[in-house]
Unconditional design. Structure first.
Length: 245
């Protein structure tokens, strides 16, 4: 129970009615249940969708769902995406990339990255067939959190300080297997071909992004993990929106 509560505290801004004591080692242990927190976020989105769908047009409903996702997570991963976009735009070496990401200010390219991310997410969700929308809302946040665990496990950390380094150091193969198995089971809330296609696509994308950033930065950071999570959400929704039959 404690790993779930630790992960829930980190991945959302929803307050708990009690205090959870957390040590550095607890952060690494919590990665095994990242997808479970993703399912919780998905359930909140599905519940909101059920409440507002009868009253609002589909485009507005889906825009509000994307907004709710950003709000529930405190825009944590959007911030990482913006920092990575600014780092890439800086066109420097490793140290320059890391320096730009550490800057609390968001540059023009970071703003563009956030806008495109939200726009793509909204349009991809809008393209999901109505018959599987509730299942998609439940699944895609879990798949993106699993992508974070996959990216972290066995990776080098580009900075010695920061939460990203703590999580990367604390992950392991057993926790990765647990996260992958949980997410694979969740994939079957969707039609098998749809769910498995999204699962495989996000895994391949995550491995490719991890390899790129490890070469570019000689490791990963918390911002990079947030960026990977955002791109994984978009990829999951895009694949789910494909009409396989």
């Amino acid at each position: 129970m404690k790993p779930y509560l630790v992960a829930f505290q980190f991945l959302t801004i929803i307050p708990l009615p009690f205090k959870v004591n957390c040590e550095a080692r607890d952060l690494g242990r919590s990665t095994a249940v990242f997808p479970l927190v993703g399912l919780t976020i998905g359930a909140l989105l599905a519940g909101l969708n059920w409440l507002i769908t009868p009253w609002l047009a589909r485009p507005l409903t889906d825009a509000l769902l994307v907004t709710a996702l950003a709000a529930v997570t405190g825009a944590l991963h959007l911030d990482g995406l913006a920092d990575v976009c600014d780092g890439i735009a800086a066109r420097g070496g490793r140290e320059r990339f890391l320096e730009v990401m550490k800057d609390s200010r968001v540059g023009a390219v970071g703003v563009v990255g956030i806008v495109l991310d939200l726009l793509l997410k909204w349009q991809a969700l809008l393209a999901v067939p109505a018959g599987i929308k509730m299942q998609a809302l439940l699944f895609f946040p879990a798949l993106a959190r699993c992508a974070q665990v996959l990216a972290m496990t066995g990776a080098r950390h580009a900075r010695k300080e920061g939460l990203g380094a703590v999580f990367i150091q604390g992950t392991g193969n057993a926790r990765l297997i647990a996260a992958l198995a949980l997410t694979l089971a969740a994939a079957f809330v969707l039609p098998p071909l749809t769910g498995l296609s999204a699962y495989v696509a996000v895994i391949l994308l995550t491995v490719a992004l991890r390899c790129y950033f490890q070469r570019r930065l000689d490791g990963l950071t918390g911002d990079v993990l947030g960026c990977i999570s955002e791109l994984a959400e978009i990829a999951a929704l895009v694949v789910i929106s494909i009409r396989f039959s």
